[in-house]
Design a protein around this ligand. Structure first.
Ligand code: ADP
Length: 372
């Protein structure tokens, strides 16, 4: 708004010529010029009477006024033009019939030209808003690009050192580096679980960067989903227990699906990790695998804080976290569900949620079995 005020004429003069200058206070300069024009025309009429072509020039300032001024200014100039016509008729400079017809035409002409001026102004302002929106779009695209680049670089750079630390921690944990003092042994589970959380975050960042660059390629193989779920649950058990009990329910027959095992494991790990994180009071976390009408269905349920219906659409968006009193202290990036749903959809499946605030949530992953 203030930007527009500071440079009122410049753009318009460039785009529509000097007439457009007069919107605002300069409009009165135009009114004055129009009135001088009318006076000159009037003198010309008297001189070349009766009427004649000079009289027709009276319309020029009227039209100009319509283009150049606000409604009030247009009204002033048209009234002056009408007064001029009436005076010209009275003084015998114009025949009555010609003059009367022109008097009727003047306000209509002024109004039409004024409306045209309004449209031009509206078009200018739309054009300017469009330019602003385009500039904003370019800025946002550049920001998005920088964010993706940061994700890609940060996750790449972190992966190496975190892998090395992870290697040493597991050697310490399994005793390959010698017997640990009892104090160190007590903190080992914490170290292992925190490292697992960091690795999961780095994987989510890497997958997000790949999804954005459209570089993510699935390596699809016939995968035993029962075995995959068992591995996930066993990997996550140290992180979940003792506050959460992990339960696994598998169908009697194997469930084989064409899938990228690493990626499906990442989805299920994200879901179990969330189920544990968002059940701060503890409680069971149940993983269930079933077949349903040609699809494999994996359910991960908890009895945690739950999700209000109005937040459900946001959950699966990038960097989207639900900020509430209950989630304030729980760490996260807001990438896990976004990546998980995108991966599920790349498989031809989907990820959805059913939840009741205060009672818990069930995330449902379905994947095609392709006739298996
Ligand atoms: P985050 O890293 O924040 O956990 P996610 O994408 O995995 O990111 O989850 C997005 C948001 O969805 C979380 O911030 C949390 O508010 C909500 N959420 C995810 N899983 C659960 C769950 N099992 N129970 C309650 N809220 C959940």
């Amino acid at each position: 708004m203030s930007e527009e005020r500071r440079r009122p004429g410049r753009d318009r003069i460039l785009a529509y010529g000097p007439l457009a200058l007069s919107r605002g206070s300069e409009g009165w300069v135009f009114v004055a010029l129009c009135l001088v024009g009318l006076g000159l025309v009037f003198l010309g009429d008297l001189h070349t009477q009766p009427g004649g072509s000079v009289g027709a020039l009276a319309f020029i300032p009227v039209v100009a006024a319509g283009w150049a001024t606000s409604r009030t200014q247009t009204a002033v100039v048209s009234t002056a033009a009408i007064a001029y016509r009436v005076a010209a008729i009275t003084l015998g400079a114009l025949p009555f019939t010609t003059g009367a017809a022109e008097v009727l035409t003047i306000p209509i002409l002024a109004l039409l030209s004024h409306l045209a001026a309004e449209w031009v102004t509206a078009a200018t302002s739309i054009e300017r808003s469009l330019h602003r929106a385009q500039a904003e779009g370019t800025r946002l695209a550049a920001l998005e690009g920088a964010k993706s680049e940061f994700l890609r670089l940060a996750s790449h750079e972190l992966r190496g050192p975190v892998g090395v630390v992870g290697g040493y921690v597991s050697m310490l944990d399994d005793g390959s580096l010698g017997e640990l003092p009892s104090g160190a042994r007590r903190v080992m589970p914490i170290l292992v679980s925190k490292l697992r959380a960091i690795s999961l975050m780095i994987d989510q960042m890497l997958e997000t960067a790949r999804l954005e660059d459209e570089r993510l390629v699935l390596h699809v193989r016939r995968t035993d989903l029962g075995q995959l779920l068992t591995d996930c649950v066993e990997d996550m058990r140290p992180l979940a227990e003792p506050d959460h009990h992990l339960d696994l329910e598998l169908p009697p027959e194997p469930v084989l699906a064409p899938a990228d095992g690493g990626r499906v494991k990442m989805i299920v790990t994200n879901l179990i990790d969330n189920a544990v994180k968002y059940s701060p009071e503890g409680g069971p976390v149940r993983c269930k695998l079933a077949k349903d009408r040609g699809r494999a269905v994996v359910e991960v349920s908890d009895v945690g804080i739950g999700i209000a219906p109005e937040h459900r659409d946001r959950l699966f968006k990038r960097f989207s976290r639900i900020e509430s009193h209950a989630t304030m202290q729980i760490p996260g990036t807001g990438l896990g569900l976004y990546v998980s749903r995108e991966l599920a959809r790349l498989h031809g499946g989907d990820l959805n949620v059913d939840s009741c605030p205060g009672e818990g949530s069930t995330f449902v992953l379905d994947l095609p079995l392709n006739g298996d």
